[in-house]
Ligand binder design. Structure first.
Ligand code: RAM
Length: 341
């Protein structure tokens, strides 16, 4: 077939390049979105909390369509190991990174390198410092979480007795912020007879958390409470209390998955503890990353983005969006939540 200039012009005005090439080539193919590869990098492998976040992330990937979700982490919750994991993802030229940071500042150079290559970098759960990420998808506000941790153990102990904190790693952004906020709450006069005696670190490792709790029993024979704001530490601390025959004397609270914490609550070691839905956190992280990578959101402070079933999520002036609901668990609701996560 010989095409004359006027035929070409007619074809172009009728339907663009597809009109010219004939009906066999579907025009929408030209408009199709690029397949995205989004990597979710958590603190460490093997933690149920992050496995639940991953499910949320996968749901977001499915809803975004044409997204491959890569879920990975180091085997130890250290920033050095996490940098290696991220470097290899940069080499694989992923489109976006959604990172739960083992250290807010030490990840910045690596995150900047990724961003310089066009990779969209977000943090979720545990933040990267602002210069190393576009935005941070956070749990509920840190001050709310920290204050509630102290209130929870105070209610159990009737505002009396020595309390220690058993955290995750000493560099974790989220745990360290919560500890700062707990200490703020602790300054209030109602806690005068409930002193904070020590802060120790179980490194998000069950064995180490267990041993750190045993160390606390030895060092503080009058210890009455442990706040463990980590889904691993709360289990290690509770097991140590039970094994040491201290049930009824030492009580535990903090952050944990209802399904994992329920036995300790049934045993009377924990009366109340808290969390948010980790699946929501992973869902929001991946959804924001996908929308930013596709140019459908900026992730900039003071903007609001519709995040699927979570609805409109505003990014505050600090570059963070927060989950709205802090869930506090006790005997009245543990069974219902243990079925969910
Ligand atoms: C631990 C992790 C995570 C934290 C939860 C509550 O498993 O450190 O970052 O958010 O606990």
């Amino acid at each position: 077939m010989i095409l004359h200039r006027r035929d070409i012009l007619r074809a172009l005005s009728a339907g663009g390049a597809a009109g010219l090439l004939g009906a066999t080539l579907p025009y929408p193919a030209f408009a199709q979105q690029k397949k995205l590869r989004i990597a979710m990098v958590v603190k460490v492998l093997g933690i149920t909390y992050f496995d639940v976040s991953r499910h949320g992330g996968q749901k977001a990937a499915d809803e975004l369509g044409d997204v491959e979700l890569i879920y990975t982490a180091p085997t130890k919750a250290t920033v050095e190991d996490q940098i290696q994991v991220i470097d290899s993802l940069i080499a694989q030229r992923v489109d976006a990174l959604v990172i739960s940071a083992n250290d807010a500042n030490a990840l910045v150079p690596t995150a900047k390198k990724a961003m310089a290559r066009g990779i969209k970098v977000l943090s979720f759960d545990s933040g990267i410092a602002p210069e190393g990420r576009i935005m941070h998808v956070n749990a509920p506000h840190d001050d709310l979480i920290g204050a509630s941790d102290v209130q929870n153990i105070a209610k159990t102990l009737n505002y009396q007795g020595e309390v220690a904190i058993l955290s995750a790693t000493s560099q974790a952004t989220n745990q360290n912020l919560w500890i700062v906020k707990m200490k703020d709450e602790w300054k209030k006069p109602e806690y005068a007879k409930m002193p904070l005696v020590s802060v120790v670190y179980g490194d998000d490792v069950l064995d180490k958390s267990y041993r750190e709790a045993q160390g606390l029993f030895k060092a503080f024979p009058n210890l009455r409470g442990i706040i463990s704001p980590t889904a691993v530490g709360i289990i290690g601390a509770s097991k140590a209390v039970g094994d040491a025959g201290l049930t009824g004397k030492v009580f535990v609270t903090g952050h944990g998955l209802p399904s994992e914490v329920k036995p300790a609550m049934d045993a009377g070691i924990i009366q109340t503890f808290q969390l948010w839905n980790p699946a929501d956190l992973g869902y929001a992280g991946v959804m924001f990353a996908g929308l930013i990578a596709r140019g459908q959101a900026t992730g900039a402070p003071n903007t609001t983005t519709h995040i699927g079933y979570l609805g409109d999520m505003p990014i505050e002036s600090d570059g963070q969006t927060y989950l709205p609901k802090l869930l506090v668990f006790d005997k009245s609701n543990i069974d219902e939540f243990a079925k969910q996560f």
